[in-house]
Ligand binder design. Structure first.
Ligand SMILES: CC(C)(COP(=O)(O)OP(=O)(O)OC[C@H]1O[C@@H](n2cnc3c(N)ncnc32)[C@H](O)[C@@H]1OP(=O)(O)O)[C@@H](O)C(=O)NCCC(=O)NCCS
Length: 158
């Protein structure tokens, strides 16, 4: 089922193509809009008045505060050392790896095709450029671009 029964939706959430998303066990705040081809996993919390553009992936451990823009094809990460199997050859389960958490703070924007490594916080009103790989915290109001992402300015000067 693309939109699972256990998803908690706030008021006036708009999912433009409910048949083209994969959402389960997550919580979405009031007035947030969700584009097609998005996966939002169990445990993700998205705030109010956010815009989530198409083709993005939100894994367990991700918290998106209010008024956040997430561009197209943004990838979140919650396992910094992924392995398919344990040393004994058995398939890994949820107990075999450490989940790292990520927070995108109020009013921040994440450009298209950015990758957000687990364990980072993107600050309030910060702007992450298209294609950036964010490996460390981005301060409030900072503009950060590149691989790895570096601060190149302050949004209040633009
Ligand atoms: C980062 C961004 C906001 C521009 O910020 P800015 O402060 O106005 O930056 P400028 O355009 O003045 O460029 C400053 C420098 O950063 C570089 N730069 C700009 N955007 C970049 C990016 N995404 N990745 C890497 N470098 C980038 C420029 O080439 C320039 O480099 P230089 O000083 O060596 O010439 C913009 O380029 C961007 O990526 N916006 C995201 C757009 C997006 O993904 N929208 C999603 C929905 S459509």
């Amino acid at each position: 089922m693309p939109l699972s029964d256990d998803v908690i939706l706030g008021e006036n959430v708009r999912i433009f193509h409910p048949d083209l998303v994969n959402m389960y066990g997550c919580e979405i705040g009031d007035e947030t809009t969700i584009g097609p081809f998005i996966e939002i996993q169990r445990g993700v919390k998205v705030g109010s008045r956010c815009k989530l553009a198409s083709h993005s992936f939100f894994c367990d451990g991700v918290t998106i505060e209010d008024n956040v823009f997430v561009g197209h094809g943004v990838m979140f990460i919650n396992d910094l050392m992924p392995r398919a199997t344990n040393p004994d050859g058995s398939l890994q389960t949820g107990d075999d790896w450490e989940l790292v958490r990520t927070r995108i703070k109020n009013g921040a924007s994440i450009g298209s095709n950015a990758t957000i490594l687990g364990g980072v916080t993107v600050g309030e009103n910060a702007l992450v450029g298209a294609g950036a790989v964010v490996v460390s915290d981005v301060p409030d109001n900072a503009i950060a671009v590149g691989v790895p992402a570096k601060v190149i300015g302050d949004i209040r000067d633009r």
